[in-house]
Design a protein. Structure first.
Length: 548
């Protein structure tokens, strides 16, 4: 590790506390935090959800909701300028100019009604007072710097017309437009594929090398931290429990919580696969093509081949992992198997052909085919209690008990199976953490006693320690109920802990298929090798200085 590239702190945070509410309703969420960020330095702020990472970062920009949030103690200085309690006019000049921020989900940060050019141009006009032609030239320059392909063609594009990685590049270009001294990157790669994650991290490193700016990186991915950060600050329950140089922290962690974080990635192996297990879901040469229509008469001029000739067999008690970048057809494949997308090709469920089934014929089978989605908060109704959410499927399939007490007993049993107390059925989704909400989503699926479950990125939005818990839970449920899983993920470490067989997809086609151990240890195709390198090299690379 090289010496820190700094001649004095750019940002100094001293004894910072943050509270929400007043008097007897006051909740202290950050307690007496102190650390600094040097010029040209990358400091990582790590910890589980609810540890106070984002609240601390937003305090630097004074973006916490006033008067709900306030600072009982503390100081934040940009060089020698105090930011806590600074006038709104002062903070407006600092935000986006001296300090910029990139958020986790660019699709919610970008305005869906404005083009990319308009959104970047607005920043340049407000802070730089640029004319239209000068602004356009600067926008093109910025988008090229962040590696956006076909820049001139993208200026008129709207956010939904870009991929996740492209949207994040636009967000980084917006953050860099005023040459900030500090870039706050709040989980900038969490929602991205492993190959795109590697590209975004490499991009941040290159930009830092050119501009000499400081970075505050907020993340729960310790593999990324090890590769890019100079120092690491570990937070737990609103307090800083450890601060250390990156290599020292990874090699000799001092605090028990830090040791737990470093050890908390998904572990273990898939359950031993039974050779005589019967196929639950089989498909041959599955095709899902979406027509491209043009002209006044909307004639079909081509097709988007979302899934093109894929074979899948999922056996009882087995897990088939499906990996690939965004847009490769993973989720579309799953929706085709569940008969939620029109497809071509024979599909057999428990030995019975269902590819010709309509809505009414499929309905009795739905209880045996379930799905768990990526974001449980958006897939659980906020207006329904947990009990009502789980009960809904029981009522729909006429599986609910005859009495209220019988239904509550069934729901309580499902919650107990996923590690939640029975009384959780009387609470609402917003009262639970991300990992607990995902357990509720799993309980909603297993209460119907299915044979086949699609798990669509069920751990990608969760902390590492929670990911490990969910993986263990899924493995236990599979063993207990002989469940067949189709597991979709871009996190290959999680897939390795669960999958017996692996399917690698690219552009709708199956690039490679076979036993998971063989593909992980000895991939045959170049695309698979690139995926494996992007997923595992982050952890293998020793910490080096950002920008060298």
């Amino acid at each position: 590790m090289n010496e820190r590239a700094t001649t004095g702190p750019l940002i100094r945070i001293d004894d910072l506390s943050v509270s929400f509410g007043q008097r007897e309703r006051e909740t202290r969420v950050v307690r007496n935090v102190s650390f600094d960020i040097g010029r040209g330095e990358t400091v990582a702020l790590v910890g589980e959800s609810g540890s106070g990472k984002s609240v601390t970062a937003l305090s630097i920009l004074q973006l916490l909701p006033y008067p709900t949030a306030h600072h009982p103690t503390g100081s934040i200085k940009l060089l020698d300028r105090e930011l806590v309690g600074a006038p709104a006019e002062t903070m407006q000049k600092i935000r986006g100019d001296r300090i910029a921020i990139v958020f986790q989900e660019p699709l919610t940060s970008l305005n869906p009604l404005h083009t990319i050019e308009k959104q970047l141009g607005e920043i340049l006009f407000v802070h730089k007072k640029m004319e239209k032609d000068a602004a356009r030239a600067r926008i093109v320059e910025l988008l090229k710097e962040v590696g956006l392909p076909n820049v001139e063609d993208r200026l008129s594009a709207y956010p939904h017309q870009l991929s996740g990685g492209q949207r994040q590049r636009v967000m980084i270009a917006m953050a860099l437009s005023n040459d900030p001294d500090l870039l706050i990157a709040d989980e900038p790669t969490t929602a991205l594929d492993v190959t795109i994650q590697a590209q975004i991290i490499a991009l941040l490193r290159d930009i830092q090398a050119k501009r000499g700016m400081s970075i505050l990186l907020i993340t729960h991915d310790l593999g990324i931290v090890r590769k890019v950060a100079h120092r690491v600050c570990v937070m737990k329950d609103g307090e800083l429990v450890e601060i250390a140089e990156t290599e020292k922290l990874f090699n000799t962690p001092q605090h028990d919580y830090t040791k737990m974080l470093l050890a908390a990635e998904p572990k273990g192996n898939p359950l031993p696969a039974r050779d005589d297990a019967k196929p639950v879901m089989e498909v041959e040469n599955l095709r899902i093509w979406f027509p491209i229509r043009k002209g006044i008469l909307r004639r079909v001029v081509g097709h988007v081949k979302a899934v093109d000739g894929v074979d899948v067999t999922v056996r009882a008690g087995h897990t088939v992992g499906v990996v690939g970048e965004s847009g490769s057809g993973k989720t579309t494949l799953a929706m085709g198997l569940l008969r939620l997308e029109r497809s071509e090709g024979p599909i057999a469920f428990n030995g019975i052909r269902i590819d010709g089934y309509g809505f009414k014929q499929m309905r009795p089978l739905r209880k045996q085919m379930q799905v768990v989605f990526q974001d449980p908060f958006s897939s659980l109704s906020p207006r329904m209690s947990v009990g009502q959410i789980i009960e809904e499927g029981l009522r729909l399939h006429n599986l609910a008990g005859a009495t209220y007490d019988e239904r509550r007993a069934v729901i309580a049993n499902a919650l107990t199976e996923v590690g939640l107390p029975p009384e959780a059925q009387d609470r609402y989704p917003h009262e639970f953490s991300g990992g607990q909400r995902q357990r509720i989503a799993i309980a909603r699926a297993i209460v119907l006693k299915p044979k086949f479950i699609v798990l669509d990125e069920p751990t990608s939005a969760l902390d590492m320690s929670v990911q490990a818990q969910i993986v263990d839970l899924l493995r236990d449920l599979q063993d207990k109920h002989d469940l067949a899983y189709l597991f979709i993920s871009h996190d290959l470490k999680v897939v390795r802990a669960l999958a017996d067989e692996l399917i690698v997809m690219k552009d709708g086609k199956m690039v490679e298929q076979g036993p998971a151990d063989r593909i992980f240890d000895n991939p045959a195709e170049e695309y698979t090798k690139a995926l494996m390198a992007a997923a595992f090299d982050i952890e293998a690379v020793k910490t080096d200085t950002v920008g060298t």
